[in-house]
Ligand binder design. Structure first.
Ligand code: NDP
Length: 462
């Protein structure tokens, strides 16, 4: 549009929005970006970053216990929750400032304001009560924890957002859900000394992962002392006179806890943004519909990240941002590639995974080879910790292509990142076999499992 104030206006200062704004500004484009809460978005402010810091915090009791086998005497340890919260706050404030500074340093303009689309080329900044014009508008407003209004007593529950900043560490917590967030937080709270119960509606936690990993993680978590109740759902929550909560489960059981956290998925932030007014099409789940290039049904309005509900992961939002820049500003239409995404669950032990699970592979391929090793990692020999590691490769018997790699154990997330490369490149099991091992490591198992543990032919295990 001739005379627009901005070449690009971005709504939402999270991982995707900030990346697009910064890179477009560095290309010399006139860029504005509005964020109503804090620059950095879910990942930096109340997601991946503080979560990982809390994972580290929660691992110390096991490190202290494991030290004895290596000759150390560790005096009795104590933990101070307010110190952890304050140190986490300091770190995320530092990162928040960097995110903002990076956009401004590249020449972009930042606004601390809620923004609404009032016309395909006009964004209203509510905090400043003024409108700005833009050639291109990018919506990157992310998502938020799904509420559960149908649950009687839901108003007593917290979500991951609040869990980071509780005034006091609860002595007992119940977490509803069996996905990434529920499992990660169950391990965090348990590690910090909280009596933790995970309540999951399905038959096994982490429904989207390989069954072997799910089972072994479940067993290991229970061995540590985390209670896991599958086939269970909360029917109602009631505040007791002593301030604690009673959660009545479908099994008839009542759990009494200090906090009840819901982690039942995340939904896109698309409400009260004027999207319907300008005719932007949305899915039934309230996500913005986009084409393969992240363009909405309106030519100059684009959307990336969790608000589009494609794959709710930070690196995916960043990748979509980079593709958007190629398409919208570099004359190089580039569709984000959502295939074979490596991912980690920061449970304890960790999960690192990429590609197809055994169950998925068997549905798509008639001859599947499974290479599987389960062993005690070396670090647990002297510590005496009774915890096993699992490594599994899923291979197409016909082409020898490695379809999936799944790890449960220390540093699994780090390994998944590296395994993402050969799987993305379509390498075969033969390529793995002729790769020299690094010894002594746990990862060497990945290149030394020469014989299939079993095959699955036409759905039958042989
Ligand atoms: P997930 O989709 O991973 O899991 C949601 C869980 O809630 C599932 O177990 C689901 O059950 C259950 N559930 C859904 N609705 C209900 C209901 N009405 N009652 C009871 N249970 C219900 O979502 P999360 O909230 O854990 O995380 C959101 C997303 O954030 C993840 O999908 C992931 O993409 C991202 N994330 C990534 C992390 C990482 O990379 N390490 C960490 C944290 C989040 P069922 O399985 O039966 O559907």
């Amino acid at each position: 549009m001739a005379g627009s104030a901005y070449d690009l206006f971005v709504i939402g200062g999270g991982s995707g929005g900030v990346r697009a704004a910064r890179v477009a500004a560095a290309l010399g484009k006139r860029v504005g970006i509005a964020e109503e809460y804090r620059f950095g978005g879910t990942c930096v402010i109340r997601g991946c970053v503080p979560k990982k810091l809390y994972v580290y915090a929660s691992q110390f009791p096991e490190h202290f216990a494991d030290a004895a086998g290596y000759g150390w005497t560790v005096p009795e340890a104590s933990f101070d929750w307010p110190t952890l919260v304050a140190n986490k706050d300091r770190e995320i404030s530092r990162l928040e400032a960097i995110y903002k500074k990076n956009v401004e340093g590249a020449g972009g303009e930042t606004f601390h304001s809620r923004a609404m689309v009032v016309d395909p080329h006009v964004v209203h900044l509510l905090g400043e009560d003024r409108a700005v014009t833009a050639d291109q508008i990018l919506i990157a407003t992310g998502g938020r924890p799904a509420a559960h209004p149908a649950l009687p007593g839901h108003e007593h529950c917290i979500f991951s957002n609040e869990a980071f900043d509780l005034k006091a560490l609860p002595s007992a917590i119940m977490i509803e859900g069996g996905g990434y967030i529920a499992v990660e937080f169950a391990n965090i709270f348990h590690g910090l000394g909280v009596d933790t119960t995970l309540v999951y509606r399905g038959k096994e936690i982490l429904s989207r992962f390989d069954m072997d990993l799910r089972r072994m993680l479940h067993e290991t978590m229970e061995k540590k002392g985390i209670k896991i109740l599958c086939h269970s759902v909360t029917e109602s929550v009631r505040r007791r006179p002593d301030g604690r909560l009673d959660a009545l489960l479908t099994s008839g059981k009542t759990l009494t806890v200090d906090q009840l956290m819901l982690a039942i998925g995340r939904i896109p932030n698309t409400e009260n943004m004027g999207l319907e007014g300008v005719g932007i099409e949305m899915t039934a789940a309230g996500a913005i519909k986009v084409d393969g290039y992240s363009r909405t049904n309106i030519d100059n309005i684009w959307a990336i990240g969790d608000v589009t509900n494609r794959v709710q992961l930070t690196p995916v939002a960043i990748h979509e941002a980079m593709c958007f820049i190629e398409t919208a500003f570099k004359g190089n239409p580039t569709a984000p590639d959502h295939d074979t995404i490596a991912t980690a669950v920061f449970s304890q032990p960790e999960i690192g995974t990429v590609g197809l699970s055994e169950d998925e592979a068997v549905k798509r391929f008639s001859d599947v080879e499974i290479y599987r090793a389960s062993f005690r990692p070396m670090r647990h020999t002297l510590s005496g910790r009774d915890e096993k590691m699992l490594m599994k490769l899923v291979v197409d018997g016909a082409s020898r292509k490695v379809l999936g790699a799944h790890i449960l154990g220390p540093d699994a997330g780090e390994m998944a990142q590296l395994l993402g490369i050969p799987l993305k490149a379509g390498l075969t099991k033969d390529d793995f076999d002729r790769t020299m091992a690094v010894h002594p490591t746990a990862a060497e198992e990945l290149v030394t499992m020469y014989k299939p543990t079993y095959r699955v032919k036409d759905g039958q295990r042989v």
